[in-house]
Design a protein around this ligand. Structure first.
Ligand SMILES: Cc1cc2nc3c(=O)[nH]c(=O)nc-3n(C[C@H](O)[C@H](O)[C@H](O)COP(=O)(O)O)c2cc1C
Length: 195
């Protein structure tokens, strides 16, 4: 059975525009492909910034980890296991201050792990993940798609590409702080229904 992972990082949790659209896409895919659906709300988990202690835990061999290090390493292990077992990853992506939400950055910092999801070789970095589709549902107050101000899109393409995942689609719901919000949501819904 296919597995779909939905990552939410709206401050508004279920009420966020990105969350509602990403949930809809996740449910749509799960129903269409009879797939198993799992959702993670990162803000609800109070995911802290990555710390030096947590990285040190990753770099300590499993058998040598203290109890605290085992607990710290388990945070990243769990997120990576979800990513590794997913066939499709739907990312609900708010734009906050021209970037990604800090909770999402904290998730990124947990799933990018040398020797686990990427490695360095003589030729440079190589991603260790493969054969997954990423669909980003981007919600923005303004309009940035295709402009130099949309650094978020390139950042996400670069990040997932670094891990070996080049198949990254984007669905945009833009202008959500502008008068045509409903039209923008409807347009994103139409794109979602096409998957
Ligand atoms: C803290 C914060 C920062 C924001 N920064 C931006 C921004 O830089 N550009 C933009 O277009 N919209 C910005 N917005 C508007 C959000 O992108 C918009 O409300 C979007 O719906 C957020 O997704 P969500 O509803 O899933 O939380 C910001 C909103 C918040 C709360």
């Amino acid at each position: 059975m296919q597995k779909i992972l939905v990552i939410h990082s709206s401050l508004n949790q279920d009420e966020g525009n990105s969350a509602q659209l990403a949930s809809h896409l996740g449910q749509h895919l799960a129903s269409k492909y009879s797939a198993q659906l799992h959702s993670e709300h990162l803000y609800a988990q109070d995911l802290p910034h990555l710390t030096s202690n947590e990285m040190q835990a990753w770099m300590t061999s499993t058998d040598d980890r203290t109890q605290t290090q085992q607990e710290l390493a388990a945070i990243s292990d769990a997120y990576i296991a979800q990513v590794m077992t997913a066939d499709t990853i739907v990312i609900g992506m708010p734009m906050y201050n021209f970037g990604v939400p800090s909770a999402f950055k904290a998730w990124i910092d947990r799933i990018a792990r040398a020797g686990v999801t990427f490695k360095y070789t003589d030729q440079g970095p190589v991603g260790l993940l493969k054969d997954k589709k990423i669909i980003v549902v981007a919600a923005r107050g303004g309009m940035y798609q295709g402009t130099p101000l949309d650094t978020q899109t390139k950042y996400l393409q670069d990040f997932f590409g670094f891990l070996g995942l080049q198949d990254v689609d984007f669905i945009y719901a833009e202008g959500l702080a502008m008068p045509d919000k409903e039209q923008s949501i409807a347009s994103a819904m139409t794109q979602i229904e096409k998957y």
